[in-house]
Ligand binder design. Structure first.
Ligand code: COA
Length: 203
């Protein structure tokens, strides 16, 4: 049974081992990789997939930093901030692929970005030749093609930039909870709340 959970610093050696199998041609040295995983777990959104007590997949995502005040011109200042997240790393152990693990990891990261940061959009870069990942993002997870970035990857391969809209800042439970008779109802989302209202006969 697969368990998707937040990563801890103790997971780093196993994440690193999984990463080596997922990206065998990567030219990033081990020290850089380890420090990247360490910082990501401390500051970003990192989930792992555990199968029989062993880490078989991981996803790393972070929020794009808002533009510093001094770089904003008057025009941009009026614009509402858009909270954007970025999926920077995703890998599933070769022996555990095609079991839906990547889809579960991505969904957990997206949910955490919405709940913890009010993320409105998430985007990612995928090598144009990576048909498995392109299919995962477009057919299963609902990402849309945004543009192509030439020579984005270290080996010179182009990247598709893909983007997905997320619910953004959710109305909180207080806003969506209500009492009716002796009952008390709560809903996670506005749509669910409206559905609840539809099903109740309120005099
Ligand atoms: C891409 C990767 C993360 C997919 O992981 P996974 O756990 O096997 O993916 P899932 O089981 O969740 O697959 C979901 C969907 O992705 C697509 N997909 C996954 N593997 C595929 C493959 N080998 N060929 C075609 N489509 C594939 C399918 O649409 C699949 O849905 P389906 O099972 O209904 O056909 C995994 O192959 C991997 O780690 N690859 C190496 C690292 C990598 O490429 N990371 C992504 C970098 S952008």
């Amino acid at each position: 049974m697969v368990c998707i959970r937040k990563a801890t610093l103790a997971d780093i050696p196993e994440i690193e081992a999984c990463d080596l199998l997922c990206f065998p041609d990567s030219q990033i040295d081990q020290a850089t990789n380890l420090s990247f995983f360490n910082d990501s777990i401390l500051f970003d959104v990192v989930y792992v997939a555990e199968y029989d007590g062993r880490i078989v997949g991981y996803v790393i995502a972070y929020m794009i930093e808002e533009q510093p005040e001094e770089e904003k011109n008057d025009k941009v200042e009026d614009k509402e901030e858009c909270r954007e997240g970025y999926i920077s790393w995703l890998g599933v152990h070769p022996t555990h692929r095609k079991l839906g693990i990547a889809a579960k990891l991505m969904t957990a990261a997206e949910k955490a970005m919405v709940q913890e940061y009010g993320c409105e959009y998430v985007y990612l870069n995928v090598p144009v030749s990576n048909l498995a990942a392109v299919s995962l993002y477009t057919k299963i997870l609902g990402y849309r093609f945004h543009c192509t970035e030439a020579k984005f990857f270290e080996d010179g391969e182009d990247a598709y930039v893909m983007r997905k809209q997320l619910p953004g800042k959710q109305l909180d439970h207080f806003m969506l909870g209500f009492r009716h008779g002796s009952g008390c109802f709560w809903s996670e989302t506005k749509a669910e709340f409206l559905g609840l209202l539809d099903r109740l006969e309120i005099c």
